[in-house]
Every structure is written in structure tokens, then in C-alpha cells.
Write a protein that binds this ligand. Structure first.
Ligand SMILES: [Ca+2]
Ligand SMILES: [Ca+2]
Length: 265
């Protein structure tokens, strides 16, 4: 991973300014720049939500159906990270991550993606967040109808307070090399939750995708089709003394007091 301090903030600002200037208005559908493009998706993507008895913690922002795609097409196609920020779920074991990939957007089945999990104590992804874990995976399905489902080999215990961010990097694509007109992120725009973001680096995303070297930008509007599931972890308990322990402590303190009194006598 390249240290953030090696990066030129001026160069990044210039790169971002170029992208922002190139942003088409939502719905214009230009395929050469940063932006949103309406697409037809099935109304209900599968599989159905898991049984809450299996995964009581269900981190979901979308309504099952995407209405469009987001990303950077043509000459500006690039690696980036798209993420959802889930309001603090408390201590959890994270066990599965789901991502819906669109059809017809040069998203290759079997292509590399990277999943990343962060915790964000201040609830503002634009100020960065702590990378907890990342997973190198491949795209299972890219039909706009079926989530790729990624069970974590080991449940990820998240004890730290804060929002949980789950993101995806399109590693199947190398920035600047034979750029396809790809917008790989499926987007639900029915009811904006205001909790989706994307992160840009100069060139390819850092590996691992530490946000310290990136610029994180709020997506407006829409919710990325990224979900996560797990179960609550037991809260960290502060040891306490029971009745017996308190009685023993009282006896010990009494004996200490008697001993001290005798020394003074
Ligand atoms: Ca929708
Ligand atoms: Ca933050």
C-alpha cells in the first residue's frame, strides 16, 4: 500500500476537479464520464433476505430493486470503491456480504473484486474510517437480478463503536488500460437513504483500500446494492463482585484496618 503522505493533494484535487467538471446530470446517460445511468432491472433481486433467526443483524439500505448504474465510463473508466455506511449496529459478528452487479456493463463474471469493511466512529465517511478487513473475491453473477453472496471464512467481530462501512473495489479493471464503458455499481434510487459514498484514489485504488489515501465523496442520491448480514456479539462485560465477593472484600478490608490500628498502637 502506498502511504497517503506520498500522494500529492494538489494532483488529487486537480484530478477530482476534472471528474467533477465531467459529471453529467443524472439521467443524461453519457457513457464517457462519471455518473449515473438509468437501466432496467428486475423489480426483486434474489436471493430473498436470510432468515432473521440465522442472521438477526441485517444491514440493508436498498429496496430489492435497482434503477440504474453508477461509475466511470470510457476514457475516465477507473478503479474506485463504492460503499454503504450502516448506522452503528453495536457489537456484531459480520458473516456475509452481498453485492448486486449489473448486466451489460462490462462486469465480468469471474473478475476480481475486493470487499472492504471499515468502522467509522464519527459517522462521516468523508473524514475517513478505520479499515478492519478486506477480502479478495470474484464476481459470481452479473445479471442485475442475483446478488453475489460472499460468506466470510471467519466471522468478523466488530466491537468498536461507530458506523460500519462495507465497500467494493472493481479490481477486474486496471485504470487507464483498455478502458471499457463500465459502470459496475448497481444503484437503488427509489428512496435515498443518504448513506452511500464512493472513494477515489489517483489511479488504481490502494491495496489494501485504506481510505487515508483517497477522497471519499457522498453519492447523491441513491443507495448502492451492497448488503451485509451477521449476528450480535456479546457486549464486553465489566467484571463485578457478587454478594460473596463483596463479603470477602469487606472481611479483607476489616483485617487490613485492624492490622493498621495495631501498628499505630
Ligand atoms: Ca428501487
Ligand atoms: Ca469518519
Amino acid at each position: 500500500m502506498k502511504p497517503a503522505m506520498e500522494r500529492s493533494s494538489v494532483a488529487l484535487a486537480c484530478a477530482l476537479l476534472g471528474l467533477v467538471l465531467a459529471v453529467p446530470a443524472a439521467g443524461e446517460g453519457a457513457d464517457s464520464d462519471l455518473g449515473f445511468e438509468p437501466r432496467d432491472f428486475p423489480e426483486l433481486a434474489g436471493p430473498p433476505l436470510p432468515d432473521p433467526a440465522v442472521f438477526p443483524v441485517q444491514l440493508v439500505l436498498d429496496d430489492d430493486g435497482a434503477e440504474g448504474v453508477f461509475g466511470f465510463g470510457g476514457a475516465n473508466a477507473r478503479q474506485f470503491l463504492w460503499l454503504n455506511s450502516f448506522a452503528s449496529p453495536g457489537p456484531i459478528f459480520l458473516e456475509e456480504i452481498w453485492v448486486l452487479f449489473p448486466a451489460g456493463m462490462d462486469v465480468p463474471v469471474g473478475g476480481d473484486v475486493q470487499l472492504a469493511v471499515y468502522v467509522d466512529p464519527d459517522g462521516d465517511p468523508t473524514t475517513g474510517a478505520q479499515l478492519l478487513a478486506y477480502y479478495d473475491e470474484i464476481i459470481q453473477v452479473a445479471d442485475g437480478d442475483t446478488f453475489s453472496v460472499y460468506p466470510l471464512a471467519t466471522p468478523l467481530q466488530i466491537d468498536q463503536p461507530g458506523d460500519v462501512l462495507i465497500g467494493v473495489v472493481n479490481r477486474f479493471f486496471e485504470t487507464g488500460v483498455d478502458p471499457p464503458p463500465s459502470r459496475p455499481a448497481a444503484l437503488d434510487t427509489t428512496l435515498d437513504q443518504g448513506r452511500s459514498y464512493f472513494a477515489l484514489w489517483i489511479g488504481d485504488a490502494d491495496d489494501p483500500p485504506d481510505l487515508a489515501g483517497s477522497d471519499v465523496i457522498a453519492l447523491e442520491p441513491g443507495n448502492f446494492m451492497i448488503r451485509a448480514f451477521g449476528r450480535s456479539a456479546p457486549a464486553v462485560e465489566i467484571p463485578t463482585l457478587g454478594d460473596t465477593g463483596l463479603a470477602v472484600l469487606a472481611v479483607i478490608l476489616g483485617l487490613v484496618g485492624v492490622a493498621a490500628a495495631r501498628r499505630r498502637a
